[in-house]
Design a protein around this ligand. Structure first.
Ligand code: SF4
Length: 475
């Protein structure tokens, strides 16, 4: 009997090296015992193989094995070696879903993938009180050992935050430069509830859709085992209790959901710019379509598509350039520093943002990495033209009386041609659908002006433009 001891439960490199060597030696699966004992690592590990026994495994097996090793079942290592052993004589085994070993491995891979998905959806960071710098931590108990493999998602999503995810299997920490992995933690190591959670709960209550309430499905999607990690879970009983009343109010107050046929057409539009099918008939449909859009390449490096938001029949529509770093993470337009300046100017102009519709000419964040930061890049004409399909759809549905273009890219998106701000600012333009157009500065331009006097002058003009827009729109 050969005993192989791996360095950790998910030591795929160790398993792979040992499996290759055992295979090369001709050691049959039933003659191998796989264990994980850190201190004793390597005691009985076979010598590295030279040449791996003369056969190579399909890349799909390696991908499958990398997932299966994260499963919690004790027999996963033996199962993988058995499949590896059989692959030499049965090269088509990997494509046989009816084979019991393959079926079990595929089930395990699916369960691991589900666990990773749940982790992405249900990790909630909390501010660590008393830390020297702003830092966040989250406690999570994944169904399988997916922490390290899923950490990359959080690095991409929260690149500019210091964070740690504590799990019983392993802890991963990101300091904006490096990802560090350490031993699993105790739940007591997680920080307690803080103000961030109050904000999160408010947000959850505002997006909770009682008309779609299905407690059974809710338990499947958000299993109770995760509830204690979720700030919003405290709201669930009350939300369920008041769901009926709120559903009736929603039916009366909100537009109908798009039909499956139209939604499918929107998704096809999103994926294939040459598709000529139906057009979106609701803002929900645009939201769904923009998030899966592939009409240009900007989706590749962005976290998510950011559709417009606001009153569905607003008399005044603002169009910006594209989501920035903050908007890309939040999934909402104009919430970062430029959004704060925009809100301040709106307030000074006497325009209530909730009564307007705010969107961007381009729905995905175009940027390039520079050190720890993601630096904004202006979308090119092709990208603005590709995304105009969504902007036109929003425009058609919202039917604003006035469209304000914030900056040159917004003007290109709305007008379909370059429309310089300097010569057009302050003029009321006639738009093809008989609405009126105004061009003005983008708030980020104001933020970037180095000279304080010039900034104050431009800001005053910006407020004046917003005031005129509000007046034309009757707000
Ligand atoms: S930027 Fe616009 S066109 Fe390009 S992928 Fe995103 S939503 Fe689609």
């Amino acid at each position: 009997m050969r005993v192989v001891r791996l360095a950790s439960e998910i030591d795929f490199a160790g398993w792979r090296a040992a499996a290759r060597a055992l295979r090369a030696e001709g050691v049959e699966p039933q003659a191998v015992v796989w264990t994980v004992e850190r201190e004793l690592f390597d005691v009985d590990a076979p010598a590295p193989s030279r040449g791996g026994g003369g056969f190579t495994v399909p890349a799909t097996f390696v991908e499958l094995a990398e997932q299966v090793i994260q499963h919690r079942s004790a027999d996963r290592l033996a199962l993988l070696y058995r499949i590896l052993w059989r692959l030499e004589r049965e090269p088509r085994l990997i494509d046989n879903p009816a084979d019991p070993d393959m079926a079990r491995a595929r089930d395990m891979a699916k369960a691991v993938s589900r666990a990773s998905h749940k982790m992405k959806a249900f990790v909630r960071f909390r501010l660590v009180e008393g830390a020297a710098a702003e830092t966040y931590a989250a406690w999570f108990e994944p169904a399988h050992r997916v922490t390290e493999a899923t950490a990359g998602f959080f690095v991409r999503r929260f690149t500019n935050m210091d964070w740690t995810i504590l799990t019983p299997d392993a802890c991963v920490a990101w300091d904006r430069e490096q990802l560090m992995v350490s031993e699993g933690a105790d739940p007591a190591d997680a920080p307690s509830e803080d103000a961030q959670e109050v904000l999160w709960r408010t947000y959850y209550a505002s997006i909770f859709n009682p008309a779609r309430l299905n407690p059974k499905q809710m338990r499947q999607e958000m299993p109770k085992r995760y509830w204690r990690n979720l700030p919003e879970a405290a709201l669930i009983p009350e939300l369920i209790e008041t769901a009926q009343e709120r559903a009736a109010a929603m039916v009366a107050a909100t537009p109908r959901q798009p039909s499956d046929r139209v939604l499918k057409a929107a998704l096809r539009h999103a994926r294939d710019a040459s598709y000529e099918g139906g057009v979106p008939t609701s803002l929900e449909e645009i939201e769904a379509g923009a998030s899966v859009c592939r009409r240009c390449d900007l989706w590749r490096d962005a976290t998510q598509g950011v559709p417009g938001e606001g009153a569905s029949q607003a008399p005044l529509m603002f169009v910006g350039e594209q989501p920035g770093d903050h908007e890309d993470l939040a999934g909402r337009p104009f919430v970062g520093p430029a959004g704060q300046m925009f809100d301040k100017a709106l307030a000074e102009a006497g325009v209530v943002r909730d009564r307007t519709y705010v969107t961007n000419a381009v729905k995905h964040f175009k940027h390039e990495p520079r050190g720890k930061r993601r630096i904004h890049k202006t979308p090119d004409r092709g990208e603005v033209t590709a995304c105009r399909w969504w902007l036109d759809a929003e425009w058609r549905l919202v039917k604003p009386r006035v469209v304000v273009m914030l900056g040159a890219t917004a003007a290109l998106g709305v007008m379909g041609k370059p429309t310089p701000i300097g010569v057009n600012r302050g003029k009321v333009l006639q738009l093809p659908d008989q609405s009126q157009g105004l061009v003005t500065y983008h708030p980020s331009f104001l933020l970037r002006l180095p000279d304080e006097d010039a900034k104050a002058r431009a800001y005053a003009q910006f407020v004046q433009d917003l005031r005129l827009a509000g007046k034309l729109a009757g707000l």
